[in-house]
Design a protein around this ligand. Structure first.
Ligand SMILES: Nc1ncnc2c1ncn2[C@@H]1O[C@H](COP(=O)(O)OP(=O)(O)OP(=O)(O)O)[C@@H](O)[C@H]1O
Length: 255
C-alpha cells in the first residue's frame, strides 16, 4: 500500500502549519521527513496516520494491504509507550488481543517479531529492566506484530544515546533488508536520515512546504559512516536546513 498526500494545508487558529504539501510514500521504502523545529513534521505524521484531518487537501491510501495485516498504519514514538506492568511478551500481545488473536496464533506472531528484533532472550523482562535501546526494540516489535502497511515513526531514536542509536540503526537496516517495510520516519538527525532514508523530504520553516526531496539510491546495507556520497547528501541537507532554521530563528526573534 502507498500513502499519498494531495495538496495538504493546515492551520491551528491563526498559525499556518502546513501549506500545499503533496507527497507519495511508495511501498517498500523509508521516507524521512526533516525540517526545522515546529515546521509541522509531527502534524504531517498525524494526518498520514488518520489521527487528525487536514484543513485542506486529501490523505489517500492506495493498493492492497500486506498479508496478515491487522493495522494498516502503526506508530513508533520517541518515548516507547510501553505498559510498565506488562513484560515484553505482554506488551506485544496487547496489540494482538485488540484483534482477538490469542493462544498459538499469537505465540507464533510474537516469536517471529522477537526473533526479528533480537529480543527472544528478553521475552519475560519488564520495561523497567530494559535499557532505552531495548525498550525501543520492543516498541518496534510491537509495531511489526500487526504487519502494518506503513510504520509511522516520530523521532524513534532521539531519546537514545549516540552509540545505542547506531546499534538501532543497524537493526532497522537489517530488518528492512530481510523484509522491506514501508515507513515514514521523522527525524532532526541528518545522519539518521541519510543512513535510513530512500527518500528524504526537506520541509521549509512553518508553514511547512516541501523545500526539496533528496533520493539516495545506495542500498541501505551498504551505507556506512564516512561514505563520501552520504556525506555529500548530508552536507546538502544541512545547507537547506540551515537556511530554513536561520530564517525561522529570525522570525521568532521579531515576534
Ligand atoms: N493540536 C495543536 N493545537 C495547536 N497548535 C498545534 C497543535 N499541534 C501542533 N501545533 C503547532 O503546530 C506547529 C507544528 O507542530 P509540529 O509538532 O507538527 O512540528 P514539528 O515539526 O514536529 O516540531 P518539532 O521538530 O519541534 O518536533 C507548532 O507551532 C505547534 O505548536
Amino acid at each position: 500500500m502507498q500513502l499519498i498526500l494531495d495538496s495538504v494545508s493546515h492551520r491551528y487558529g491563526d498559525v499556518r502549519v502546513l501549506s500545499d504539501v503533496s507527497l507519495t510514500i511508495p511501498e517498500g521504502q523509508i521516507v524521512c521527513i526533516v525540517g526545522p523545529s515546529g515546521c509541522g513534521k509531527s502534524t504531517l505524521l498525524r494526518f498520514l496516520g488518520g489521527l487528525e484531518r487536514p484543513g485542506a487537501g486529501k490523505v489517500l491510501q492506495s493498493g492492497p494491504l500486506p498479508d496478515g495485516c491487522l493495522n494498516p498504519l502503526t506508530y513508533v514514538f520517541q518515548d516507547f509507550a510501553l505498559l510498565p506492568w506488562r513484560d515484553v511478551t505482554g506488551n506485544i500481545s496487547l496489540v494482538l488481543e485488540d484483534h482477538g488473536i490469542k493462544g498459538a496464533k499469537a505465540a507464533r506472531i510474537i516469536d517471529d517479531v522477537l526473533i526479528r528484533t533480537k529480543l527472544s532472550d528478553f521475552r519475560n523482562a519488564l520495561p523497567k529492566q530494559l535499557s532505552g535501546g531495548m525498550k525501543q526494540r520492543v516498541a518496534i516489535a510491537r509495531a511489526l506484530a500487526v504487519s502494518p502497511a506503513v510504520m509511522l515513526m516520530d523521532e524513534p531514536l532521539s531519546a537514545l544515546d549516540a552509540q545505542t542509536r547506531e546499534l538501532l540503526m543497524d537493526d532497522l537496516v537489517s530488518l528492512w533488508t530481510r523484509t522491506p517495510f514501508t515507513a515514514v520516519y521523522v527525524t532532526h538527525n541528518l545522519a539518521e536520515a541519510v543512513r535510513l532514508g530512500h527518500r528524504i523530504v526537506v520541509l521549509s520553516r512553518r508553514p511547512g512546504t516541501i523545500r526539496d526531496v533528496v533520493e539516495i539510491d545506495m542500498p541501505l546495507d551498504q551505507r556506512r559512516a564516512g561514505n563520501p556520497t552520504l556525506e555529500a547528501h548530508q552536507a546538502r541537507l544541512w545547507q537547506l536546513m540551515r537556511e530554513e532554521a536561520e530564517a525561522a530563528d529570525k522570525e521568532l526573534s521579531n515576534v
